[in-house]
Design a protein. Structure first.
Ligand code: EPZ
Length: 416
């Protein structure tokens, strides 16, 4: 089991290049199933989840060639319409093959994803949407078995905002017979990036980025080239790290227009932020001021940045409230932060953090992807050495994180 050892106390200075967005790359990789033509992708992050998705597609018969951050896919010869449990259990995003498989091949067998650390995370909205489009769906032996001669356009209103639910049904609708309208759709930028890729493949989609997306089904989609958008959560994570540790960093190859809420919160915490084209710079010369956050669907404060702000608040001046409204169990990092001396009280989905001037390094354990990022940030500012166990969670979503942080002056190394 690999671990990270961090000597706290260094400020962060320098430049860091932001990678492609994991949560855009994963659905876009699945979009390759919608056509027999080649799909050329660029700026695909080199992450464990992306590698798992490539393997999942390859075992279906998709030809996949990855060279650095470029991935070429061709689903010309699919011979298996199944996503097996052993792959789905490690990466819930595997559910995103369901819509494309039913849309193009009329059938799919996808394992029900188990729960995960942050919540039960059902996929009932994905299933209900496909049923509304005419799919026959049976759940048997832990698998979703979906069949449809040809999906039909439908009006679907989501009971609650679901990012991959919106993505799965948007992909399914591109080849359906007729028009599909998705209401109460997710507005996340990753949904928009997927829509751009699908449109390049010949799909007819309007309204992506708003809460109503209209898709007019076509007979076939064709190949395309697409560059994956930058990762807004990786961007936010590095900015919070510098705001907590102090220093002056510049992110390159990123986008500020999709981080408004996070940038505002960082300014509220006392950071100075400059945006210029595809760069974001942050300077922090004093101890941060505690900031309240409440997670909600985009464009509100992202749940994937909640744990990172909890680490910032743990060392900030004053007290703050963090309210998690999306997932029912996304406070797994609280226990670990407490081991470093953080003062945090939790009541249901609300945490109250009283900032400490100093955290003490200790051995702690990562429980999920963004919790791991939170613990890295806490380790950067804690006094002495912090060792983080189970960092395979981190490798799922952050490309070469210790190399990027070391380049900014952090004392961080991976130990076997
Ligand atoms: C996506 O997960 C992201 N993953 C998550 O990022 C992110 O935290 C989440 O959206 C919220 O922004 C990917 O894009 C691959 P949801 P997703 O469906 O789509 C409930 C990370 O760290 N729900 O928007 O699975 C669900 O339980 C990951 O990169 C249903 O009840 O999340 C949750 O409470 C973690 N039924 C809420 O909706 C459904 O059918 C939002 O979930 C679907 C969802």
């Amino acid at each position: 089991m690999q671990r990270l050892a961090i000597q706290g106390g260094n400020r962060l200075n320098g430049e860091v290049r932001i990678s492609g967005a994991k949560n855009a790359a994963l659905p876009i990789l699945c979009a390759s199933l919608l056509t027999g033509d080649p799909l050329q992708l660029d700026n695909v992050p080199d992450l464990n989840d992306v590698a798992t998705m490539r393997k999942l597609l390859q075992q279906m018969g998709v030809a996949v060639e990855a060279t650095g951050n470029q991935v070429a896919l061709s689903a010309a010869h699919i011979d298996k319409l199944e996503a097996p449990y052993d792959m789905v259990k490690t990466m819930r995003a595997a559910i995103l093959v369901l819509g494309p498989l039913v849309a193009r091949f009329g059938e799919a067998r996808v394992s029900l994803p188990g729960g995960c650390a942050i919540g039960s995370r059902p996929v009932d909205l994905h299933i209900k949407g496909l049923q509304a489009m005419g799919a026959e769906i049976h759940i048997e032996h832990g698998y979703i078995h979906a069949q449809a001669k040809r999906l039909k356009g439908a009006r679907i209103c989501f009971d609650l905002v679901s990012v991959t639910g919106t993505e799965n049904l948007m992909m399914a609708a591109t080849l359906a017979d007729g028009v599909t309208v998705l209401e109460n759709a997710a507005r996340e930028p990753e949904v928009v990036d997927l829509a751009y890729c699908l449109i390049a493949m010949g799909a007819k989609i309007e309204g992506a980025g708003s809460d109503t997306i209209t898709i007019a089904g076509v007979e076939k989609l064709h190949g395309a080239s697409h560059r994956v958008m930058p990762d807004r959560i990786e961007s936010g994570t590095f900015l919070v790290a510098a705001a907590a540790a102090g220093g002056s960093i510049t992110l390159t190859g990123t986008r500020a227009d999709i981080l408004d809420n996070v940038l505002e919160k960082l300014q509220e915490a006392g950071a100075t932020i400059q945006v210029a084209g595809s760069t974001i710079s942050l300077q922090m010369s004093k101890r941060p001021t505690a900031v309240n956050v409440r997670t909600a669907p985009y464009p509100a404060f992202p749940t994937d940045m909640q744990a990172q702000f909890m680490a910032l608040n743990a060392v900030a001046e004053g007290s703050a409230m963090v309210v998690e409204t999306i997932f029912e169990n996304r406070f797994m990092h609280v226990q670990e932060l407490r081991r470093l001396g953080a003062q945090i009280d939790v009541e249901g989905n609300t945490a109250v953090i009283r900032g400490c001037a100093q955290l003490e390094g200790a051995t702690i354990m990562a429980t999920d992807l963004r919790a791991s990022a939170c613990l890295v940030i806490a380790g950067l500012v804690a006094q002495g050495e912090t060792v983080i166990d189970r960092i395979y969670h981190l490798d799922r979503g952050y490309e070469h994180i210790e190399a990027k942080l070391s380049a900014l002056g952090a004392q961080i190394r991976r130990i076997k």
